[in-house]
Ligand binder design. Structure first.
Ligand SMILES: Nc1ncnc2c1ncn2[C@@H]1O[C@H](COP(=O)(O)OP(=O)(O)OP(=O)(O)O)[C@@H](O)[C@H]1O
Ligand SMILES: [Mg+2]
Length: 346
């Protein structure tokens, strides 16, 4: 703001002085010509000199403005670079090797802002290879659970373990190597399809990239594209559809082959053909690994080994789809609202 204020004061001031100077020169020069004291050419030359004199001054003011805003930008950048992360690696943190994929939340309390607790003692477990679904009304804390597992934040109380090891005691890089995260809105980079899938595991060979794409059923649409795997998907994947972007994200996750998969299912609806493709791809992706899924698909909750129904930061109900339906509680209510219409369609 200061830079902008200075610039907007300086520039007109310099212009004004220049304009007044010219005016005075024309007025006084005209006077002298009129009196026959100087020839017209002299006054014109002076007018020229004056313009030339002010040109560099005007440029200096402009540069000064740019200089000030650059200073402000630098300050901002330094501010971000020197931010202390809230989550710190402990001095004696160990490498987490290849895990079996047992995940456990024990009495986890958490608040984003001090005094405003969001999770009030969550207990949750996933055995290796199990698919656990999280459902619940908006604001229940589903995304928060995932944020804690990926250790974007640390719990206030309670602990989270992977294969029995507290995740606060392991290095962040080794924890996140074991963890695949597929979010609702997947980031697709501008670049080719191949590059986008390979992002899951940068060292992967072309053959492996194509295998992953085939395994999730993305192969068919990729081959139909003009340059196949070398097609440029455009800025943020603008040139491929939402469903295709999801399949790409699945291929990417499959290539990374994490022991634990975290999935925030997309809510956007796709056509029935793509939906069938995605469901099949999901089954492939979830097979043989622990998965924690924020479920929006009926097929996902039906197939889940266990469903945790979250409400207001607490686990309200736990069970399988059939058990929870029979109970007639919150799950039944959510089911009637969210899934029943889909069930009627299929
Ligand atoms: N970064 C944040 N800072 C402060 N409060 C937050 C933050 N993120 C979420 N919250 C709060 O935490 C609570 C749980 O949010 P969360 O995102 O986990 O809900 P959710 O179950 O994922 O909801 P949805 O189904 O809408 O995605 C909400 O009350 C929300 O306002
Ligand atoms: Mg959420």
């Amino acid at each position: 703001m200061q830079a902008a204020a200075l610039e907007s004061a300086f520039f007109p001031a310099v212009e004004l002085v220049g304009a007044v100077g010219s005016a005075v020169l024309v007025w006084y020069g005209g006077h002298l010509i009129f009196l026959g004291r100087v020839p017209l050419g002299t006054v014109v030359a002076f007018l020229n000199y004056l313009t030339r004199f002010f040109m560099p001054i005007r440029e200096i003011t402009q540069v000064w403005g740019v200089f000030l805003s650059a200073g402000v930008s630098t300050e901002r950048i330094v501010e971000i670079l020197s931010t202390e992360p809230r989550v710190k690696e402990e001095p004696g943190a160990v490498e987490l090797g290849r895990v079996r994929g047992e995940v456990r939340f024990e009495g986890v309390h958490f608040s984003y802002q001090p005094g405003q607790e969001v999770l009030h003692g969550i207990d949750l477990e996933a055995q290796p290879g199990e698919t656990v679904a999280l459902v619940g009304p908006t604001g229940a804390g589903k995304t928060t659970v995932i944020n804690l597992l990926a250790r974007f934040y640390d719990p206030d109380r309670g602990r989270i373990t992977v294969d029995g090891q507290d995740i606060r005691g392991v290095t962040l890089a080794s924890l996140r190597r074991q963890l695949g995260v597929v979010l609702q809105d997947n980031f697709v980079f501008s670049g080719t399809i191949r590059e986008n899938i390979r992002y899951g595991r940068p060292g992967a060979a072309d053959r492996e990239v194509e295998e992953a794409a085939r395994a999730v059923g993305a192969d068919a649409f990729i081959r139909r594209l003009p340059q196949g795997y070398d097609t440029d998907v455009g800025e943020r994947g603008a040139r491929i559809s939402v469903g295709q972007r999801q399949l790409l994200a699945f291929a990417r996750a499959l290539l990374a082959d994490p022991a634990i998969l975290v999935l925030d299912e997309a809510t956007s609806s796709v056509d029935p053909y793509t939906e069938a493709l995605i469901q099949e791809a999901l089954r492939r992706l979830l097979r043989g690994r622990t998965a924690i899924v924020i479920a929006h698909r009926l097929s996902t909750v039906r197939d889940a080994d266990r469903i945790y129904v979250l409400d207001g930061g607490r686990v309200a109900e736990v069970g399988t789809h059939d058990q929870l339906l029979a109970r007639g509680g919150l799950y039944r209510h959510l089911y009637d609202l969210q899934f029943a219409a889909v069930a009627a369609d299929s």
